[in-house]
Design a protein around this ligand. Structure first.
Ligand code: SF4
Length: 333
């Protein structure tokens, strides 16, 4: 047995033992239902557990099976998703549910799962390992941080070659009988112990084998590319209210807030009036300053995209967070 194998063997056992005592009691972990696991993984992409949990509960209560999600109207899916951002994920979720329904069963291998809309290598490995015991490392940002420190990977983490290296090196760290639990242990470590700053190494089950800990260079990993400043844009929403109805248009599927209902918007420069409410909104790649202009309804542009909704109807639409914010600021909601 080589030294590396002994290390991996020890790490694998320590990891599973730690998971058995410290696992987070998350509701989708009660059984290995691939629908529940898949839904949780899609919701938790870019979202913290405490924020995503109520969404998962609402989705499971409204659509308890993949078939019920597949058969739902898209507006209902978008309305449940509203507030989570990255709306293409909701459209992909809906489409994938329909494809699984057509197929007749949930795919069990990561190589099949990854062909479905919205399921990348990480989600495919998570589902296949947790629900079907496939020996695949699930590598999201948290897991990559843990592994890059554990192996002291000096290459940039955004490179596909680095990902391939980590994937190969991580396999021996997974328990062949419980690969899903090993992956979930790594996810939990990344969320609670091996945090981006000030990792709690003495509490970590991997600290005896961790190379970054041995060197005292934990926060040097993962090696990231330098950050670009976000684009800054001003967006001007035009608010038309006619006889208690609000003029809204559905945003095109591609792009920001795709598939949600918004006031018509102009991105071209426009004078900000003193009365316009404003807020800032950060997206992953843009910083938006949003102005809300209450317009004269007589001058509403005759665009077929604008549809009229009563306040009760608006409450049931999928709305971007800043549009919902405007309704709340104005005491409509
Ligand atoms: S020992 Fe520290 S740096 Fe290494 S994996 Fe554990 S928490 Fe992360």
């Amino acid at each position: 047995m080589t030294e590396t194998t002994i290390q991996d063997f020890n790490a694998k056992d320590s990891l599973i033992e730690w998971f058995d005592h410290h696992r987070r009691p998350l509701p989708w972990r009660k059984d290995s239902n691939p629908y529940a696991i898949w839904l949780s993984e899609i919701i938790l992409q870019q979202t913290r557990v405490d924020q995503g949990l109520p969404y998962w509960e609402r989705f499971m209560a409204t659509f308890p099976t993949v078939e019920s999600l597949a058969n739902a109207p898209s507006d209902q899916v978008m309305a449940l998703w509203a507030g989570l951002g990255y709306y293409s994920r909701a459209r992909n979720l809906h489409r994938t549910a329909q494809l699984i329904q057509e197929r007749g069963s949930f795919p069990s291998q990561s190589s099949e799962l990854v062909k479905l809309p919205g399921i990348g290598p990480y989600t495919a490995a998570a589902i296949a390992s947790i629900c079907f015991k496939e020996l695949s490392p699930a590598l999201d940002g948290n897991a990559l941080r843990v592994y890059s420190r554990y192996f002291a990977i000096a290459d940039r983490i955004d490179r596909s070659s680095t990902l391939a290296t980590i994937r190969a090196q991580a396999i021996p760290v997974l328990d062949a009988h419980r690969p899903g639990d090993s992956n979930q242990a790594i996810m939990d470590l990344g969320a609670r112990i091996c945090t981006p700053t000030q990792p709690k190494c003495p509490e970590c089950p991997l600290h005896r084998q961790c190379e970054a800990f041995r060197r005292g260079t934990m926060e040097s990993f993962p090696v990231k590319p330098s950050k670009k400043a976000p684009n800054v844009e001003d967006w001007h929403f035009h608010i038309y209210v006619d006889q208690g109805k609000f003029g809204l248009e559905k945003r095109v599927d591609q792009g920001i807030w795709g598939g949600l209902w918004s006031f018509p918007v102009a991105i071209a420069p426009e004078a900000a009036t003193a009365t316009a409410l404003r807020c800032t909104h950060l997206l992953s790649h843009k910083k938006l300053t949003l102005f809300f202009h209450e317009k004269d309804v007589v001058k509403v542009p005759m665009t077929p995209a604008v549809q009229w909704f009563s306040l009760e109807e608006v409450k049931n639409l999928g709305l971007p967070v800043p549009i919902r914010w405007w309704f709340e600021e104005k005491n409509y909601f």
